[in-house]
Ligand binder design. Structure first.
Ligand SMILES: C[S@@+](CC[C@H](N)C(=O)[O-])C[C@H]1O[C@@H](n2cnc3c(N)ncnc32)[C@H](O)[C@@H]1O
Length: 199
């Protein structure tokens, strides 16, 4: 039942394939911060399937309560109350964490916010911890599909600060913050699952 709750069809489509990757990355017990939780469908699916993790949803202060209906219905013991977190905030008011997950956020945030996300993630992870980032990405300035190119154009039309990010730029800011790209998985619908590791 999804009636009365915010709903994303994309989350329903991608949650199982993302879970398969996350279950191989987040193998040890610990707390995973989710950035830009949105509806909460991912949080519920991943926390329900990975009971050794404590899932910490968060989202921009204007959106962080959006996930509450999904969380309330699932009533899982290993999901914490969602936190308001704007990645561009000077300091992140979050509990200690052992990993980070974020889906479909890098093309919505401004580049300044993407940089702040990598900086904040790196500051809160310790050596060996993982940051899993899901979404569409470009390579060497090229789109991986015509549909991603159209999507990018529609994002930039809505707001010029949005847009699909290039792997070269992400690798640069990751490296500046002590994060190394461990895996870049090809996912359905021209998406990728990037695993960054704190070095
Ligand atoms: C396209 S939605 C993705 C939601 C969900 N992760 C999903 O995959 O369906 C983008 C999310 O990024 C969040 N977001 C945008 N700017 C942000 C910021 N500065 N700090 C934290 N979250 C932000 C939005 O509030 C929104 O929840």
């Amino acid at each position: 039942m999804t009636e009365g709750k915010p709903f994303s069809q994309a989350c329903e489509n991608n949650k199982q394939v993302i879970l398969e990757k996350l279950s191989a990355v987040f193998i040890n017990p610990g707390t995973v911060l989710e950035i830009g939780t949105g509806t909460g469908q991912h949080a519920v699916h991943f926390a329900g399937s990975l009971p050794h993790l404590k899932w910490q949803p968060s989202d921009h202060p204007r959106n962080y309560q959006l996930c509450k209906p999904w969380l309330a219905e699932a009533n899982l013991p290993n999901i914490s109350s969602p936190l308001p977190l704007d990645v561009s905030a000077d300091s992140w008011q979050i509990p200690p964490i052992n990993g980070v997950f974020s889906a479909n956020t890098a093309h919505i945030m401004s580049w300044h916010e993407v940089e702040a996300m990598f900086r904040g993630v790196a500051a809160h992870l310790t050596k060996g911890d993982a940051f899993c980032l899901y979404g569409p990405f470009n390579y060497g300035g090229r789109f991986t599909s015509a549909s991603n190119q159209q999507f990018d154009a529609s994002l930039r039309q809505q707001n010029p600060v949005m847009g699909i990010r290039d792997m070269d730029d992400l690798k640069r800011i990751a490296s500046e913050n002590g994060l190394a790209l461990e895996s870049d998985f090809d996912m359905p619908a021209n998406n990728r699952l990037l695993v960054w590791r704190k070095v």
